[in-house]
Design a protein around this ligand. Structure first.
Ligand code: PGA
Length: 256
């Protein structure tokens, strides 16, 4: 019922030529995975190049961050309207690197979420605990508070256009993937929170992605969990073989 979303977060990688080459390679192979939705999130400066390289292939375009402000004197920032203007459909918000390297708070993420929704962009709102949170048994508490803060004021009508991503910080770029059981436990709790805040019917419609060291060889097990509806992929999204390998694993478990 929920089409898996396989999203590549290219982070601050690629140059114009390699971004275009990667986009072309993905576009060429996109038709192999028809039961999942593919998305690439290149650096903002290459969004239009990647859009053109994707052409008519069924691959979505997303940004990695944006401002909560609509326009004006905000040097270095990019607005939601600019993203829709160049054809982006998605934006990743509150990625752990934004939260922990650049100090973004739940309040910042919430402001951006509202700005994205107002502009018609689909926000991928990320939450995730630090290793010390997990080791001290605070995972559920941290995730609940990020969920509440990041989604404050989001209405039932709006939540249908939101994608959630659970990314344990200790699993990002470390090669230490969460076990399928660890991922499923948090995903199920996120769905429970959606049910409590909105209702069960809406909660069933919302996609919750897992992110953190997803690779072709661990994707099937993760994506096979009942509440894991896709992947947010960093390192492995930079190689077409790996990205498509994950997409095909998602497709295979969907059909099982
Ligand atoms: P990773 O990154 O796949 O390289 O661990 C995931 C992410 O940051 O979205």
């Amino acid at each position: 019922m929920r089409t898996p979303l396989i999203a590549g977060n290219w982070k601050m990688n690629t140059e114009s030529s390699s971004a275009v080459a990667l986009a072309r390679d993905i576009a060429q192979r996109a038709a192999e995975a028809t039961d999942v939705e593919l998305l690439v999130c290149p650096p903002s400066i290459y969004l239009t190049l990647v859009r053109d390289a994707l052409g008519k292939a069924a691959v979505g375009l997303g940004a990695q961050n944006m401002s909560c402000q609509p326009k004006g004197a905000f040097t270095g920032e990019i607005s939601a309207a600019m993203l829709t203007d160049i054809g982006a459909q998605y934006v990743i918000l509150g990625h752990s690197e934004r939260r922990h390297v650049f100090g973004e708070t739940d309040e910042n993420v919430n402001g951006k979420t509202h700005a994205a929704l107002a502009a018609g962009l689909t926000p991928i709102v990320c939450v995730g605990e630090l290793l010390e949170d997990r080791e001290t048994g605070r995972t559920a508490e941290v995730i609940r508070s990020q969920f509440d803060g990041s989604l404050a004021g989001v209405t039932a009508e709006q939540i249908e256009s939101v994608v959630l991503a659970y990314e344990p910080v200790w699993a990002i770029g470390t090669g230490k993937v969460a076990t399928p059981e660890q991922a499923e436990e948090v995903h199920a709790d996120l769905r429970k929170q959606l049910t409590e805040r909105y209702n069960g019917e809406l909660a069933e419609k919302i996609r919750i992605l897992y992110g953190g060291s997803v690779k072709p060889d661990n994707a099937a097990e993760l994506l096979g969990q009942a509440n894991v509806d896709g992947a947010l992929i960093g390192g492995a999204s930079l190689k077409v073989e790996d990205f498509m390998g994950i997409a095909l694993a998602g497709e295979a478990v969907g059909q099982a």
